[in-house]
Design a protein around this ligand. Structure first.
Ligand code: WTA
Length: 709
């Protein structure tokens, strides 16, 4: 018994010391912000930082709240009495839909709120003015109200990138109905799990949408979602189906009598109806956004109305540098937090024109984004490293062919390699635009680390300094501060709360505390925020200049093309296949998608490896999660490398798949299997031409520490 315990401790000490090895990180050169941008920027004077120093916390954030219109101002800026369930702007009352729609409809009704670009180039774009948005939001709010939905109820959307999605979000927000939008690329089953978790009785979907030239049948996923939710005991009463072409049905899946209704039919009964926005408390929830974590059950991150909306409005103003006449395009999907914060809520709260695009960036060719930018006069552009890497690969010279001019460009969601950054800067930005590399998370609502585009020098590969009012610290496993510039990586934490931080995990308050706050809290009774650093789950280091370099997740999460996939979710899906005994998912460095998943499985006794089993695993993952999670390779191995306590050593198989050093394996229960797996996997990968390039120091760090938690 004592022996066993010793073994466990040995394994763990060994892993964490390895993760903490100091590395000599190469520094990149700085780039100055373009002078023309600096001259007009919303944040043009470095003294803005003085307004957000720690001695001014938390009142500094009222500058963000003041960007909104309140029915009733708050009494308390920050209430910490239920730490770490922070409450912002307590006593304040407002409505998000009013702030994003009505007040702009009053001042500039004919300005475009949204410009929607359908994927087929033969279809004209649609400009939706604030006046028209007001009408559509009210009519859809009337539909929801008619279904009996009211403040505090939940509603699930499984919608593609069409204007009906922001309309639906703002209609729900008008009533105080908590919306949960599930990324359209997720499977019906994944949507079903989220419907069940949130307790939604209404699902809003669409018959079809375009992706890479195909009009996909999306309605079929609604049927799967309703079934999956029912298996978890959640009954869906109504499925509201928007039609991609109103009046004509674009899906093959039949409508279910009594349950499924076409939204365009329902809207006809509510023409011109006005629904007064509900006066809601600042601390009421606005929406849930599900994300993956270390267990199979996804986390419904609950965001507040007052704090969240203030934070995304403030950061849109200073970091996206949005001015009234700008045309802003964020090419993310509203199914993710980026789209919520920086396509819908932030830009519309500021009364911006926000561009939305239905399809894939390289459809029908790699010039598409730049044609859209030229056609609409987009001057602020926002996308992910994966999209940039892809456009660079398939159309490195395309941007030069188009006449557009960006003043700022954002990247979000994953680390961007310095070479890719430089292409973005020189070729896409034509050397005229500032780049903001924004580091943040679903949980954080808005940016945590970024340069201010008109003030700060840029450094490729680093997100830059902390955002205004954000006080990060890097801690080691023993809660000691890792000194800036020491070359040592640690866990990045945020010391003080900020208005955009999520309020809780829907239905799992203990998990909220244990995942994000317990690690570095020494006194669970404390009401002082100083005792509750927010643990972001990312490795990072701070250079001597105060710029942060984000090294990736320290938990079992794989970031594929900017989308977080939990290894447990992937593995549970694989384990639904009868023949599978054990499954382990690991990240593999990929030149376009950042990381892709490789799945290792071992089979039950007596089962022979076969293409059939492999295929079953693939289908199980696509069904349970969606095509984005499809593993690049599935390796059926004789056994998994394990610690003596029986834990699968994911870092060892991750090293194998990435052709890097497996590190110390002497503590394994079965070290001999490592060589066998290496031989099997690496020779197969060589034969397929999948030997990766040499990894960067950041990538190497991530692979070495994968699964350490
Ligand atoms: C990673 C996306 C490096 C990080 C807004 C984080 C980044 C996770 C960056 C959150 C960045 C996000 N540089 N890594 N600029 N931005 N990440 O919840 O690991 O989808 O924890 O939110 O993406 O992903 P999420």
């Amino acid at each position: 018994m004592a022996d066993d315990l010793n073994d466990v401790t040995d394994d763990e000490t060994n892993e964490s010391s390895e993760a903490q090895i100091a590395v000599h990180w190469r520094e990149e050169d700085y780039y100055e912000p373009p002078a023309a941008l600096a001259a007009q920027a919303n944040a043009s004077d470095p003294a803005i930082r003085d307004q957000f120093t720690e001695d001014k916390f938390p009142d500094c954030f009222t500058a963000y709240a003041d960007l909104l219109t309140w029915y009733k101002p708050w009494d308390t800026v920050l209430d910490t009495s239920k730490a770490p369930f922070w409450k912002w702007f307590v006593g304040g009352e407002l409505n998000a839909s009013y702030n994003c729609v009505d007040r702009h409809m009053q001042t500039h009704p004919n300005k475009a709120a949204l410009i929607w670009i359908p994927e087929p180039e033969t279809e004209a774009h649609q400009a939706i003015t604030y006046r028209e948005l007001y009408v559509r939001v009210n009519e859809f709010a009337a539909v929801l109200k008619d279904l009996g939905l009211k403040a505090g109820d939940r509603i699930t959307f499984h919608m593609p990138m069409v204007p009906e999605l922001p309309v639906a979000m703002l209609a729900a927000a008008r009533l105080g109905v908590i919306h949960s939008q599930v990324f359209a690329g997720f499977s019906g089953t994944a949507a079903g799990h989220r419907i069940a978790d949130s307790g939604s009785t209404v699902l809003v979907t669409m018959d079809g949408y375009y992706r890479s030239g195909d009009l996909l049948d999306h309605k079929v996923k609604a049927d799967e979602a309703v079934e999956a939710a029912a298996r978890e005991g959640q009954h869906v009463d109504k499925v509201l189906v928007f039609r991609r072409y109103p009046g004509q049905y674009s899906a093959k899946t039949p409508m279910v009598e009594g349950r499924d209704v076409f939204v365009d039919d329902l809207l006809a009964a509510h023409k011109g109806e006005i629904v007064e926005p509900t006066r809601l408390s600042a601390t009421d929830p606005l929406f849930l956004m599900y994300t993956s974590g270390t267990t199979g059950r996804p986390k419904g991150c609950q965001h507040s109305i007052g704090g969240y909306l203030s934070y995304v409005a403030g950061t849109s103003k200073y970091y996206q540098d949005i001015h009234p006449d700008d045309t802003y395009w964020c090419m993310a999907d509203i199914g993710w937090i980026t789209g919520h914060s920086y396509i819908v809520y932030g830009p519309l709260a500021l009364g911006t024109t926000s561009v939305m695009y239905e399809g894939t960036p390289n459809y029908p060719d790699a010039g598409r984004p730049w044609r859209i930018a030229q056609q609409l006069g987009v001057n602020i552009f926002h996308t992910s490293p994966t999209a940039i890497r892809m456009l660079r690969k398939v159309g490195p010279d395309e941007p030069a062919k188009y006449d557009y001019h960006f003043k700022t460009m954002t990247t979000v969601g994953e680390p961007i390699e310095p070479e890719v950054w430089r292409w973005y800067y020189k070729t896409v930005g034509k050397g005229e635009a500032a780049i903001t590399d924004t580091w943040w998370q679903t949980e954080t609502g808005g940016f945590l680390g970024s340069t201010l585009p008109g003030i700060d020098k840029m450094k490729p590969g680093s997100c830059g300094p902390a955002a205004l009012g954000i006080y990060p610290v890097i801690l080691d496993e023993d809660a000691n501060e890792v000194p800036a510039g020491s070359g040592k990586a640690g866990n990045i934490c945020i010391r003080a709360p900020w208005p955009g931080v999520f309020q809780t995990i829907w239905g799992q308050p203990e998990r909220f505390v244990s995942t994000y706050y317990a690690k570095y809290n020494k006194d669970p009774e404390s009401k002082d925020w100083h005792d509750w650093p927010y643990f972001a789950g990312d490795g990072a280091l701070e250079a001597a200049d105060g710029y942060f370099r984000i090294l990736g997740r320290v938990d079992d999460v794989i970031n594929v093309a900017g989308h977080r996939l939990g290894t447990k979710e992937l593995e549970s899906a694989a384990l639904t296949v009868d023949e599978v005994a054990e499954a382990a998912a690991v990240p593999v460095v990929d030149d376009i998608r950042g990381r892709v998943v490789e799945m290792y499985i071992s089979l039950k006794p007596g089962v022979e490896p076969s293409a059939d089993v492999e295929n079953k695993v693939k289908v199980a993952i696509e069904t349970d999660i969606g095509k984005i999670a499809r593993p690049k390779n599935i390796w059926i191995v004789p056994d998994m490398p394990k610690t003596r306590s029986g834990k699968i050593m994911r870092r060892v198989i991750a090293a194998t798949s990435n052709f890097t050093d497996t590190g110390d394996i002497t503590t394994l229960a079965n070290p001999e299997v490592v060589e066998k797996i290496r031989e099997q996997v690496q020779s197969a990968k060589r034969a397929k031409g999948e030997v990766p390039r040499e990894l960067s120091e950041t990538e190497e760090h991530e692979i070495k520490s994968f699964g350490q938690e």
